[in-house]
Ligand binder design. Structure first.
Ligand SMILES: [Zn+2]
Length: 332
């Protein structure tokens, strides 16, 4: 009997992989979608700016750093204002970004220089932190960054940053989570900033704004962030309430810097409209078909129709998401 395979998957943007022992058995012609997670209810974000990105332009194109490709490494200058406990939390976030940027290509120096400090922003400042990013005007390539945390902020300094369980308790920690703010500011440091590379790659290219579908917020005086109305509770949103922890998301936060600076991250991309023949699955060179993605465990699909042969079997533990929570349509 010939059956028409026409399955519409509604994948949550942040659908988590299921535990291996609960996975459905591979079944010919049947794909079981991961249930969409409820959008977390969060208090309305503060309206005053809580983060500021300062761009420090350097003349010219700067070096292309062709010889330093490889996994991100940091060259950290720790200011004496950072306590040992604070340093341990920030180091955790540094290691997390290192394990996301698996290949820096040639748009930033590697090791990447960064200075980290706590300073007094003054009594009237509403900022939790700010990051200065040095970049070359003509190329948009990055040169280095300085992160400053406001000593007037009451930060929660987690002694066990790898354990988030206290945030799901009825009484989560008071104060602003230093780990989340460090993850966010490091996102700016690795490129979540409005340089020429962001401007050039957010439109008119493969996996462009329409397909990568990242909603951005460029409010004057705050800097380049994700849009809270489009991506609720996203790491790179410009504000955060107290008692809140946010993870580093592969999409949209890491995907955007990967798109702009040609990083390889632990997420592969599929877009049937990807041109050319160099299909590596990176956000700059997406696969065109599910078959090309082979066993890639984490995939972001362009929200369009993806054609597969009849009786295609997809087995194993996979996470499939559509850009901005759109629909993935799999059809013959
Ligand atoms: Zn920010």
């Amino acid at each position: 009997m010939t059956r028409l395979l026409s399955i519409i998957l509604l994948a949550a943007a942040h659908a988590a992989a299921q535990p291996a022992d609960k996975l459905p058995r591979p079944t010919t012609g049947l794909i079981t979608p991961i249930p969409a997670q409820a959008v977390p209810t969060t208090p309305p974000p503060p309206t005053a700016p809580q983060c500021q990105v300062i761009m420090r332009p350097l003349p010219g194109r700067g070096p292309e750093n062709p010889g330093d490709a490889g996994q991100l490494t940091w060259n950290v200058t720790w200011d004496a204002s950072v306590s040992a406990a604070q340093r341990a939390v920030i180091q955790f976030a540094l290691d997390e970004w290192r394990n996301i940027v698996l290949d820096t290509t040639n748009r930033i120096p590697n090791p990447y220089p960064i200075t980290i400090q706590f300073t007094d922003f003054g009594a009237t400042s509403t900022l939790l932190a700010l990051t200065s990013v040095s970049y070359f005007v003509a190329s948009g390539n990055l040169s280095g960054a300085t992160m400053s945390f406001n000593t007037r902020t009451s930060f929660y300094v987690d002694a066990t940053p790898g354990d988030d369980s206290e945030f799901s308790s009825p009484t989560p920690p008071a104060g602003t989570d230093l780990l989340t703010v460090a993850r966010h500011e490091l996102g700016h440091a690795v490129g979540f900033t409005q340089t020429a590379r962001i401007d050039a790659w957010l439109s008119n290219g493969i996996f462009d704004a329409a397909r990568l579908n990242i909603g951005t917020d460029t409010t004057t005086g705050v800097g380049f962030h994700t849009s809270p109305s489009i991506h609720p509770n996203e790491l790179m949103n410009p504000s955060i309430g107290p008692s809140t922890r946010r993870p580093i998301s592969l999409y949209p936060s890491a995907a955007l810097v990967a798109r702009a600076f040609e990083y390889r991250i632990p997420m592969s991309f599929i877009d049937p409209n990807s041109p050319g023949s160099l299909l590596t699955g990176t956000v700059n060179q997406p696969y065109q078909t599910i078959a090309q993605a082979a066993s890639a465990p984490i995939l972001l699909f362009a929200p369009t129709t993806h054609h597969v042969p009849l009786n295609t079997i997809v087995s194993g533990s996979r996470t499939w998401s559509a850009a901005r929570g759109g629909s993935i349509i799999v059809a013959p």
